[in-house]
Design a protein. Structure first.
Length: 478
């Protein structure tokens, strides 16, 4: 593990944009409201124990952003909060013209700007309301960083959401701790100044997120194991063993964690390779599970938006079904097959593909507009993701649940507190099928210190996570 060289706190964070006009004053003062007092950030860089390939790119390292904040209520009560999230620039800021370090540096700089903007914002409110006021400022800060660093491509909105998500998590964490509650107990009318109609429209008048999320977590959930596009399946695929005591082939992982859920990363630019990859994985998994006398397991497929068109996906699914009906039957859903920008790719309608399997958006999901547009285009599901912000997920999850969309919670190779937040999101939203968690595969060093505190999350033996304890104060990573 390498620790990036810098720790930046509020007073030394890079200068940000001036705060936008206060927009919370229309609400009557509420004693439960908080004001953000201070914000501090820390970056840590980790090397992956083995490379991971998705979206056509091989990654070998990740930067983790940790955020500490202090908040105070109108009555003078104070509390501390913590949030953490990988700055996954390969996923959130993919670029064919900018090198890895350029996009990483842009995210690091943006984090400094967001730190100052958040610490300087002195309005009172609920965390969801504070984030709603701050997010436009964050987006303007991203525009400023793009201009100042003369980036050949602008920082995408998704990248800004990822960078801001640890700050939002820290505020939710502090708010819950200040009130002596888990954050999922703070999404009702006794805490929030605005109901969901403010965010989702008049159909939600008088409703709050608490109607659509669980106050107590589901006690246990299946865990999705990632099979990246370059992961060895069997011994013959290994060129050189890592020899660090962890599994290195798919059968070894299955036996080690008792796995029954497998997320398969695909390339999307080679129909033969993609279909053969799924068929090969199905053969290996089937042989291993039969030895374990397991009869029920499933796959999810992730193209990371690289399919050239919807017909590619339809042809792929038919090819898998023709060659392995059983393997096809085990496909639970397909994630983000085509380009993330739905507005400029309206031709990629999913109706035909969704007749075969649920098709969910991930990279596309940055706001309510994108969510509604995805449904118009035939998507039948959506991937909730902690890295897009706890506040945003608590606004969008009610729309998903009410419209009976297929729901899943996706990982970002989240370690430590980030995984706790992600797993808690999955455990508190009805209808979510499983939890994806792959930091144990690729960056276990970042989980050190967390395993003893949350053994049910970090030590898996039966293919499931014990989520019953994800009810601590704040975000729950205490």
């Amino acid at each position: 593990m390498q620790h990036i060289r810098r720790r930046a706190f509020l007073k030394t964070a890079a200068a940000g944009l001036a705060c936008a006009p206060a927009i919370l004053k229309a609400s009557a003062p509420r004693s439960t409201d908080i004001q953000i007092e201070t914000v501090g950030i820390e970056f840590k860089e980790y090397q992956y124990r083995v490379p991971i390939k998705f979206g056509g790119v091989v990654s070998t390292r990740v930067v983790l952003l940790n955020v500490n904040c202090a908040v105070r209520s109108r009555g003078g009560k104070s509390s501390q909060g913590f949030g953490s999230m990988p700055l996954a620039n390969t996923w959130s800021f993919p670029s064919r013209v900018l090198p890895f370090r350029a996009t990483q540096n842009a995210m690091n700089t943006l984090a400094g700007r967001i730190s100052k903007l958040t610490g300087d914002f002195k309005e009172y409110g609920h965390p969801i309301e504070l984030n709603g006021s701050l997010e436009p400022q964050y987006l303007k800060a991203a525009e400023a960083v793009t201009e100042e660093q003369k980036l050949a491509e602008p920082i995408p909105k998704l990248c800004t959401l990822v960078t801001a998500s640890a700050f939002d998590a820290a505020v939710h964490d502090a708010y819950g701790k200040l009130h002596g509650l888990n954050c999922y107990h703070t999404y009702g009318p006794e805490f929030m100044n605005r109901d969901l109609s403010y965010y989702l429209g008049e159909d939600y008048k008088g409703e709050y997120p608490e109607k659509y999320v669980l106050k107590e977590p589901k006690p246990r959930m299946p865990m999705y194991h990632l099979v990246s596009a370059i992961d060895p399946l069997v011994e013959a695929d290994i060129k050189q063993r890592v020899n660090d005591g962890l599994p290195e082939t798919l059968p070894e992982w299955i036996n080690y964690n008792g796995l029954t859920h497998f997320k398969i990363k695909l390339d999307g630019d080679d129909l033969k390779w993609d279909s053969e990859r799924v068929l090969s994985i199905d053969r290996v998994v089937t042989e291993t599970e039969q030895k374990r006398r397991v009869t029920d397991w499933v796959y999810s497929l992730d193209f990371n938006e690289r399919c050239p068109n919807v017909q590619y996906l339809v042809d792929f699914l038919h090819r898998v079904k023709d060659k392995s009906p059983g393997g096809f039957a085990r496909i639970q859903y397909v994630e983000q097959p085509t380009a993330r920008d739905l507005d400029t790719h309206r031709q990629n309608v999913m109706f035909e593909a969704a007749k075969l399997k649920p098709v969910v958006i991930d990279e596309s999901l940055t706001d309510l507009h994108a969510l509604k547009l995805s449904r118009e285009m035939g998507y039948t599901g959506a991937a909730l993701k902690a890295c897009k912000g706890q506040s945003n997920m608590m606004i969008l999850a009610p729309y998903m649940v009410r419209n009976k969309m297929f729901l899943c919670v996706q990982d970002l190779t989240c370690p430590g507190a980030a995984l706790i937040q992600s797993a808690s999101l999955a455990a508190h939203v009805p209808g979510v099928k499983a939890i994806e968690a792959n930091s144990r595969q690729f960056v276990p060093a970042a989980n050190q210190g967390w395993e003893k505190r949350f053994p049910g999350i970090f030590h898996i033996t039966d293919g499931t996570m014990d989520t019953s304890h994800l009810n601590g104060l704040g975000i729950g990573a205490v």
